[in-house]
Design a protein around this ligand. Structure first.
Ligand code: PHE
Length: 444
């Protein structure tokens, strides 16, 4: 078998992992989840979830990945616990399902770049959303988005993924800072910041049960956890890298991008009527944001910039979602990278087509991933690393790290006790809401 590739540098890995983490989750879902869950109150719980649960969970995936040095399924076997391979397999499955609808939304973003330049959504943003989010236009745009993703993954880990993310991540940061600076000049800026940044702790206490599951789900999703992505990416990592230092850098940059997106979106929404319109779910955020751009001076060009940022973010995440099944199939069955990327990409494209029938299908895919697959995977990963492969894990996390043994022990106990409890609570509430949704006929 051919020699496995590795990242050309530590920074190359960080760019790729940040590329995976920074996505639709940060720039689109984070602001609209914040808007649906009480603004700053949600922000506080979300930040706690990212740093207290997300960061330690990222270390779990890094440890498995670097120790295993192979695709996420084989990794468990090479650590000496082949009977846990199904956990890696679950991540591969979740990646497939997620990419199927993620790419459809990526297609919407493409249509919004076109619409910003042509002015097509300025008059009636809701009708425009309807016309691009379903039917043939949506299928065609989904195909284009998927084709770009396939192209990058086929080009390989260093020549494709590393190269593409090294360009896209700085572009995202620079453009978002520019948009944030522009947003300070909007009439709604003060009201937007107020809503976004001054938490009402009473709201958190009163709505704890309804805020925690979306905050936790968002924390895992935005950090690309539970999908075996970080296992796959860490498998291309060298022995002298510090896992906690790299993970910390990734979590911080990812959080900064989400926060910056809020600094663009909230002033924008308050400049044109407040958040009410934006909090209702997947489509409403597109309609509200585009609607705001459509009414502001130079809105078309600024809207195009915003949607280009969103496109880069979505693409760099989509390639990580495709990399997981591609690395598994090509390593396991010995097919070439390009053949595998094309074949799997076409399969995933087809799997995504039903979500162009209507947003309730898309919500179904989304909720199955968020409320069910993702927390189950994280729970299993925490039990595996905390209780089964704990000696190997301690060994691995100390390798290349300057944090010392007490950091490693503290992390292990956190992973053994706190992470599982937090995830079980989330899983219970999430499954309950998925079940009631199905019974109530919300999806079909
Ligand atoms: N983290 C990405 C986002 O925020 C989504 C993603 C999830 C990517 C899981 C890869 C794996 O949009």
């Amino acid at each position: 078998m051919a020699q496995r590739e590795t990242w050309t540098s530590r920074i190359g890995f960080i760019f790729a992992a940040v590329g995976s983490a920074v996505g639709l989750g940060n720039i689109w879902s984070f602001p609209f989840q914040t808007a649906s869950n009480g603004g700053a109150a949600f922000l506080v719980v979300y930040l706690a979830a990212v740093f207290l649960i997300g960061f330690p969970t990222m270390m779990i995936e890094f440890v498995i990945g670097r120790r295993g040095e192979s695709n996420p399924v084989a990794a468990f076997k090479s650590i000496g616990h082949g009977e846990w391979s199904f956990v890696g397999g679950l991540g591969v499955f979740s990646s497939l399902v997620t990419l199927a609808f993620y790419s459809v939304i990526g297609g919407w973003v493409l249509s919004y770049i076109v619409g910003s330049l042509s002015g097509a959504y300025f008059g009636d943003p809701a009708t425009y959303f309807g016309s691009v989010s379903t039917g043939n236009v949506a299928i065609a745009a989904h195909a284009v988005f998927m084709a770009i993703t396939i192209g990058v993954v086929a080009a390989g880990v260093t020549g494709g993924i590393e190269r593409a993310t090294k360009f896209m991540i700085p572009a995202i940061l620079i453009l978002l800072v520019g948009l944030g600076a522009w947003a300070t000049t909007l009439d709604g800026a003060a009201a937007g910041y107020e809503y976004y940044l001054s938490p009402d702790f009473g709201v958190i206490v009163d709505n704890f049960a309804s805020i925690v599951p979306p905050a936790m789900g968002q924390a895992f999703f935005t950090l690309s956890l539970g999908f075996s992505v970080m296992i796959a990416y860490a498998s291309y990592l060298g022995r002298d890298d510090s896992l906690p230092a790299d993970g910390g850098a990734i979590v911080v940059v990812n959080t900064l991008v989400a926060l910056l997106a809020g600094f663009v979106v909230f002033p924008l929404l308050f400049a044109t009527g407040g958040v009410e319109g934006a909090g209702g779910g997947a489509g409403t955020a597109f309609i509200a944001i585009a609607g705001a751009f459509g009414t502001l001076p130079a809105g078309g060009i600024l809207g195009a910039v915003f949607f280009v940022v969103l496109l880069f973010a979505a693409l760099s995440s989509a390639i990580s979602l495709l990399e997981v099944p591609v690395s598994f199939v090509s390593e396991n069955y010995g097919y070439g990278r390009t053949t595998t990327a094309v074949a799997m990409g076409v399969g995933i494209f087809l799997l995504g087509v039903p979500t162009t029938f209507g947003t309730s299908w898309l919500n179904f895919y989304n909720d199955v991933v968020f409320n069910l697959l993702l927390p189950i995977a994280v729970l299993l990963l925490a039990v595996f690393v905390g209780w089964v492969a704990n000696t190997e894990a301690i060994d691995e996390i100390e390798l290349g790290s300057s944090f010392g043994p007490s950091f490693a022990t503290g992390w292990l106990w956190w992973v053994r006790i706190v992470v599982p409890i937090a995830v079980i609570v989330t899983l219970y509430l999430g499954v309950d809401s998925l079940y009631s949704g199905i019974v109530a006929g919300d999806y079909f």
